[in-house]
Design a protein around this ligand. Structure first.
Ligand code: HEC
Ligand code: HEC
Length: 390
């Protein structure tokens, strides 16, 4: 009996392991490029306080600071709730009024290249200023934010520690610094390791026993993801995004009439923004941070394109897409499965996207894979004692 049980156990362990062994070289390569996690990161050269502990502290204070809004009621965390992966669970955001778009989660935002669904921000610090200026969101102003930093003794003290000088006299550069401190804090928000990461690392190290612990359905879904589904063409790299813009056939009509032009309008906003990387407030004036901004140019095909979201922790960030129009991961996978080829752009995008016509069990496998990108424990920022500053 003992020998029988041992043989049975060996067979059970071997079955999924052999499945993993049958990966083609191409599949292996495609899977390995989604890690390791967390991916390496270097501080943002356009933000001189990026990675600086005192700035992270100030940024955290500002992130939870209601006085940045006119009514004193809306803070960053109203929409970017820490216990919800820094989003709000709503289809579209609501601050002082309805916003057209879904709130993006902020975990792993430090790896971003463009910010906002339309990429209207070319740095995390510039993007962090936008909600204060939007009447529907915080309805604040640069004047309100800089007055707070100058007049609140505690905040002014934290500012001195973070930036090594008294709050700047010039409103515009002090406002940029508000964004830079907020960015330093947001750069610390990371999602933890997910079941996929253990599988990926086991594959890298040849640990077949550990690889065999990855659920079979998730593995089938992963093979679809990097194979026939072609999902990894856009959801690439450790954060599962190329950081670029695509039209995936999500309607861009707005509920009250009109359209959301996505990347097309985003480029216009970016180029008109005095806080972009070409402006006076970047701390990397002679560096290469602004090369991407120097080269953007709104073209017709950018109309209706939105930023490829990261898929890490995606099981916890419903509803989905830039307008929150798809309620579940099943609905998203079915969207890709039943895509109308006429709806997707003629020039180029249809090479990456075609209706997949998935069977029900394939939909379930892709969903199981997407769920395996989600860490088990809720992601909360590390608790730090707030130290009084004087
Ligand atoms: C009323 C809800 C609301 C508030 C308040 C709010 N945000 Fe957002 N946030 C959003 C929405 C909606 C988006 C998507 C914006 C877009 O595409 O135009 C977003 C996007 C972002 C992004 C871009 C993320 C990415 O992956 O590209 C960052 C960064 C961000 N917010 C930071 C902040 C900070 C910092 C504050 C406080 C100063 C803040 N937000 C306040 C709703 C909000
Ligand atoms: C051509 C590039 C591209 C391909 C290929 C692609 N995606 Fe996407 N994906 C995007 C973009 C862009 C969005 C956001 C679209 C929007 O909001 O309008 C998105 C959104 C998503 C979302 C919603 C995430 C969120 O937080 O809202 C999921 C889930 C997703 N894709 C999974 C997949 C899967 C699974 C496949 C393969 C079947 C796939 N994608 C193929 C670009 C792509």
């Amino acid at each position: 009996v003992k020998r029988f049980l041992a043989a049975l156990l060996a067979a059970l362990l071997a079955a999924p392991a052999t499945a993993a062994m049958t990966l083609s070289q191409e599949e292996r390569r495609a899977i390995l490029q989604h890690g390791p996690w967390p991916a390496p990161w270097t501080p943002d050269p356009s933000n001189r306080v990026s990675g600086k502990p005192a700035a992270i502290e100030l940024g955290e204070r500002l992130f939870f600071e209601p006085r940045l809004s006119t009514t004193g009621k809306v803070l960053c965390a109203t929409c970017h709730a820490p216990f919800r992966d820094f989003q709000d669970g709503r289809a579209r955001a609501f601050g002082h009024a309805d916003v057209d778009r879904n709130t993006q989660g902020l975990l792993n935002v430090r790896y971003g290249r463009w910010f906002g669904w339309d990429g209207a921000g070319d740095s995390l610090w510039a993007q962090s200023l936008r909600p204060m200026l939007d009447a529907r969101e915080m309805d604040g102003s640069a004047a309100r934010a800089v007055a707070l930093l100058r007049e609140d003794a505690e905040l002014a003290c934290q500012y001195r520690q973070a930036f090594g000088r008294a709050p700047a006299a010039d409103d515009a550069s002090l406002f940029a610094d508000v964004g830079k401190a907020l960015a330093a804090f947001q750069e610390t928000l990371l999602s933890g390791r997910a079941p996929f990461d253990d599988y990926r690392d086991a594959l890298a190290s040849g640990d077949t026993a550990a690889a065999a612990r990855y659920p079979a359905a998730a593995l089938r879904g992963l093979r679809l993801f990097v194979g026939r589904g072609n999902c990894a063409a856009c959801h690439t790299g450790p954060a599962f995004t190329n950081g670029e813009f695509h039209d995936t056939g999500v309607p861009f009509f707005l509920p009250g009439g009109g359209v959301d032009s996505g990347r097309h309008g985003g480029i216009r906003k970016l180029l008109a923004n005095p806080y972009n990387l070409l402006g006076a407030h970047s701390d990397d004036p002679k560096g290469s941070s602004d090369v991407k901004t120097r080269h953007v140019d709104a073209q017709h095909r950018n109309f209706g394109e939105f930023k490829t979201p990261s898929l890490r922790n995606v099981a916890r960030t419903a509803p989905y897409m830039h307008n929150g129009s798809l309620p579940t991961l099943q609905a998203v996978v079915r969207h890709y499965s039943e895509l109308s080829p006429d709806r997707v752009h003629q020039d180029g995008e249809n090479l990456l996207l075609r209706p997949l016509r998935l069977k029900d069990d394939e939909v379930a496998d892709l969903v199981a894979f997407l769920e395996s990108l989600t860490e088990k424990a809720p992601a909360l920022p590390p608790k730090r004692p707030l130290i009084a500053c004087r």
